[in-house]
Write a protein that binds this ligand. Structure first.
Ligand SMILES: [Zn+2]
Length: 257
């Protein structure tokens, strides 16, 4: 991941995508440059746990203007820790879904997180794009595989040509879970250390993408932990629920650009 600064906002980008997926741009937002006051400082893009609604809207406008994304061509999810996928052709707020899929050029998809992972999957030949929210529940429900399944069926993608981006999320050292929750996952992704069970969701997502047929060299990960990096990211776990949200934005350029 490489940082760019636009209108005072610090945004993560993935330069290798330019060559292998020229129709796609992925942006990871961070905390600096927004209008929210503590404990939501400062680019809080979601979360209704105390920040002012008008301030969140102001932050969203600032971000979209900085990236040249039209708010009308932005699709967002309601995110309920489920595994339902909305196939969309226009912007809007899709309540009750944790994943969005589209082949509509010029459309952008946003996933809001603060410890959970965002995943973007894009297949260049069909200009088919998906963005999903993956927490422990979503992973358990198989949302990664389900989304690739929808892309195969709906857009006839071949995952061998697809690229994926895994956004920042809580790392395997920071993410402690109950024993029952840990034991629901394969051995390779859970560990008992410092008196508690821990899950490595990023590794789990990577493995799932590979099982679905994506090539390892086409999977890009930010490698950053939301809980370990308080100056950059909000963290639900670290901030005990009183925190903001950042976005992963996946944007398909309009035809001809
Ligand atoms: Zn961490």
């Amino acid at each position: 991941m490489e940082w760019i600064t636009r209108s005072g906002l610090v945004i993560g980008t993935f330069p290798p995508l330019k060559a292998i997926a020229p129709g796609l741009e992925v942006f990871i937002t961070t905390r600096p440059g927004g209008a929210s006051a503590p404990p939501f400082e400062s680019l809080n893009l979601g979360g209704t746990l105390g920040d002012r609604h008008e301030t969140i809207e102001r932050n969203r406008k600032l971000l979209l203007a900085a990236l040249g994304i039209s708010p009308r061509r932005l699709a967002r999810t309601g995110q309920i820790h489920g595994s339902e996928i909305a196939v969309v052709t226009r912007g809007g707020h899709y309540e009750g879904f944790d994943a969005l899929a589209t082949a509509k050029r010029g459309l952008s998809l946003a996933i809001s997180t603060a410890d959970c992972y965002s995943v973007v999957i894009y297949s260049p030949p069909e200009h088919a794009l998906a963005a999903l929210h993956v927490g422990r529940r979503g992973a358990e429900l198989g949302i990664v595989g389900r989304t690739v399944g929808v892309m195969r069926k709906r857009y006839r993608i071949d995952p061998a040509y697809a690229v994926a981006v895994i956004g920042p999320g809580i790392c395997g050292k920071c993410y402690s879970v109950s024993r029952d929750d840990a034991l629901r996952f394969p051995k390779a992704f859970r560990r008992f250390e410092r008196g508690a069970w821990h899950l490595d969701l990023a590794a789990l997502i990577e493995r799932e993408l590979a099982l679905q047929g994506l090539k390892k060299r086409n999977i890009f990960s930010s490698g950053l932990c939301t809980a370990c990096n308080p100056e950059l990211f909000f963290s639900h776990r670290r901030d005990r629920g009183i925190t903001g949200r950042h976005w992963t934005l996946a944007s398909m350029r309009p035809a001809g650009e």
